[in-house]
Ligand binder design. Structure first.
Ligand SMILES: [Zn+2]
Length: 427
């Protein structure tokens, strides 16, 4: 009996510890790059035999492979373990105010599919929006499936309070939507095409922060603040390597901090929010009159912003004055956020990235001036690695997180949907 109990306990231990340890190895490889099995022993503190078993298991799942031999100081060359995962992907979908976008990233972070439609989302409403969203997801699933890539999950990013448990958008000031079911109607629309991977919902700025964190985590940065400029202004905080969500998942609504000295009405119903100083609509209205092409919601925003950038580069006074006003407003809010969160790095995303040449210097100067002492390590302000793509990339990476939690289970729940063969190749 004693033996039996010991065996059962050992099995139970293995079953709870193993998914975590598999994830630990994948994280080490993702954040630190390829390394030998013995380096993995050092990094994780796990015994050599365990590392060996886990690496073999991950290789069988297609998530790692043993690549080029790595020469040690002495002895024979050691094989280096690296992330693979080119046969699995996560899909991110973003519902924004003037576009809907989709991306599929494989486990190495490479883009395997991307598409985007310019849409006036508030004008067409939830039903038509979800029709287009479902079409884009179906397109991503069939295109990746046709390449033999399995999708482990889909994460939908929305500009507002996202209730992940119910799959509902609680409210979005910028869309004017309240209590809108997102996940259930999407599943219903997608089910006509066949199997569906798990679908989850998240706040756009929190998801974008995931993408920015993944981009800097390799450099050892664990405390980071992300501020993104879109029609709304939002962001996220990483504290000691963890995202900060707040008690109801509504943290980091930076755009509604009441710091505009002018009592300008905000779509949220309050006056003088930061968003009224530095939101995209404010930039566009400062830079041009109504009727100007850069204010047309049916023109893709990348074209409109490229036009504004062109004007600023050519020294057009109105464009430059608009950007200077945005820079001053941006610096004002960031100085406040740095005092609150004490980050090592501030990343500017969304449209701020595109206009970095006109914004960064003013913001960094303000931050430096406010450092309490010259010895205090300065907080660095940088531009996003991905610009407007941060949200969809972060959503796809969030979907891929399922692999880090429990690789075997994530792959078991994944699907590979092949174009035009459903129902024909029944086995
Ligand atoms: Zn507001």
């Amino acid at each position: 009996l004693e033996n039996l109990l010991t065996t059962a306990r050992a099995a139970a231990d293995r079953s709870s510890i193993r998914p975590g340890n598999l994830g630990l190895i994948l994280r080490c490889l993702r954040e630190g790059g390829p390394r030998s099995r013995s380096a993995l022993v050092q990094d994780t503190g796990l015994p050599k035999a365990t590392i060996s078993t886990l690496v073999t298991e991950l290789a069988d799942l297609g998530l790692v492979r043993e690549g080029e031999p790595e020469r040690g100081d002495i002895g024979r060359p050691r094989l280096s373990v690296e992330l693979d995962g080119r046969t699995v992907c996560g899909v991110g979908l973003e519902i924004n105010i003037d576009y809907i976008a989709v991306i599929a990233l494989d486990f190495r972070g490479q883009t395997v599919f991307q598409d985007r439609r310019a849409i006036d989302v508030p004008a067409i409403g939830p039903d038509a929006t979800l029709d287009i969203a479902a079409q884009l997801i179906a397109e991503a699933l069939s295109t990746t499936g046709a390449q033999g890539i399995r999708t482990v999950g889909v994460t939908v990013a929305v500009p507002g309070g996202a209730n992940a448990a119910t799959g509902t958008l609680d409210g979005s000031v910028s869309l004017g939507w309240h209590n809108v079911q997102i996940i259930a109607p999407l599943r219903e629309r997608l089910s006509v095409h066949g199997d569906i991977p798990p679908i989850t919902l998240g706040n756009d700025a929190h998801l974008a922060t995931v993408a920015e964190y993944v981009a800097v985590a390799g450099a050892g940065i664990r405390d980071m603040l992300y501020v993104t400029g879109d029609v709304g202004v939002g962001g996220g905080v990483y504290n000691d390597g963890r995202t900060y969500h707040g008690s109801r998942g509504k943290a980091c609504e930076f755009g509604h901090m009441p710091i505009n000295p002018e009592p300008v009405p905000c779509p949220c119903g309050r006056l003088g929010c930061w968003e009224t100083m530095i939101g995209l609509r404010t930039l566009l209205s400062l830079a041009a009159d109504t009727g100007d092409p850069i204010q047309d919601p049916w023109t893709d925003r990348s074209q409109r912003l490229a036009e504004l950038q062109h004007r600023a580069r050519n020294g057009e006074q109105r464009a430059l004055a608009a950007l200077q006003e945005i820079a001053t407003g941006l610096a004002r809010g960031i100085a406040l956020l740095i005092d609150v969160y004490d980050p090592r790095l501030v990343v500017l995303g969304g449209y701020f990235t595109q206009f970095g040449d006109f914004l960064l210097e003013t913001v960094q100067r303000t931050v430096d001036e406010r450092a309490f002492s010259p010895e205090t390590a300065a907080c660095e302000v940088t531009l996003s690695a991905h610009g407007f793509d941060s949200t969809i990339r972060g959503a796809a990476q969030h979907a891929l997180e399922a692999i880090l939690q429990d690789p075997a289970r994530a792959l078991a729940a994944s699907i590979a949907r092949r174009t035009g063969v459903s129902g024909v190749q029944s086995s």
